[in-house]
Design a protein around this ligand. Sequence first.
Ligand SMILES: [Zn+2]
Length: 342
Amino acid sequence: MELSAQIDQYKKEIEAFAGENGEAAETFRIKYLGTKGIVKNIMQEMKNVPADKKKEAGQLLNSFKQFAEAKYETLKQLSAISHQPSAKNIDYTLPGDDITIGTRHPLSIVRSQIISIFSRLGFILAEGPEIEDDWHNFTSMNMPENHPARDMQDTFYVQKNPDWLLRTHTSSVQARVMEKQKPPIRIICPGRVYRNETISARAHCFFHQVEGLYVAENVSFADLKQTLYFFVREMFGKDAKIRFRPSYFPFTEPSAEMDIDCLICHGKGCNVCKHTGWVEILGSGMVHPNTLKNFDIDPEIYTGFAFGMGIERICQLKYRVNDLRLYSQDDVRFLKQFAGVV
Ligand SMILES: [Zn+2]
């Protein structure tokens, strides 16, 4: 048979070859383009072609080879398309994948509850830097250099002379407000604070505080008691009881620590209240005249009260969290337990 007639015959076969999957494409490749395939086989015919016909025959064979390769590419594309899901293959009635939604951190929940309660009494939110200078953190708070109370609040120093440190309480925010604003001042200062403590279930090198300050004319200890009593009833329920114990803070005089009756044993005695029936939740007192004077506020005209509490402590009592370290371990098993809290 003539070479050209043979090629025409194969071309007809190739054109008729049908198939839409990978298997069909592979069968085609082996039959026509494989090492023992038809294309290779017919190339052998070149040696039988007389010299004067070689050019013509070469062109013919090359175009046949390209023809077979083009068909193979078409078959491969058809098989790729047939494997993609088409709109008609999708079942829109199947349930979708769950979207996992994060939850608020327990400290954020309690922080906003505290802010919300005090804002109803007219306290305004105030915030300040976590890296503070000595004046705002210690000296202006009636804790001059070498004052023994500084030992209770050892912290991390970023720089010495002049001293820059991680604030030990949010009283530094009170200082920043008092130096800019004249009374009446009624602020609530939440924020992260730092202490040089060994990390354990009961202590951490950082924790969160909310402090409050009210300075105006005729502010008395009775105002302090009533404000904090309101807070406790809002936070822990209307049956919560409070008591004050005399205490010492350099920036308040007189000073008191406030306890609430133990929510776990209701006064009978348990491990949380160390069998006393009472749990300490905050420190408070009337602002020391020296502190007011440091900000050019005349203590003969103005008086004020201040208080401070640890958010972790309130959270521990409210949600019975017995290990401080849980708050910063990012353990999803712990955090997702607060998913339902609003
Ligand atoms: Zn108890």
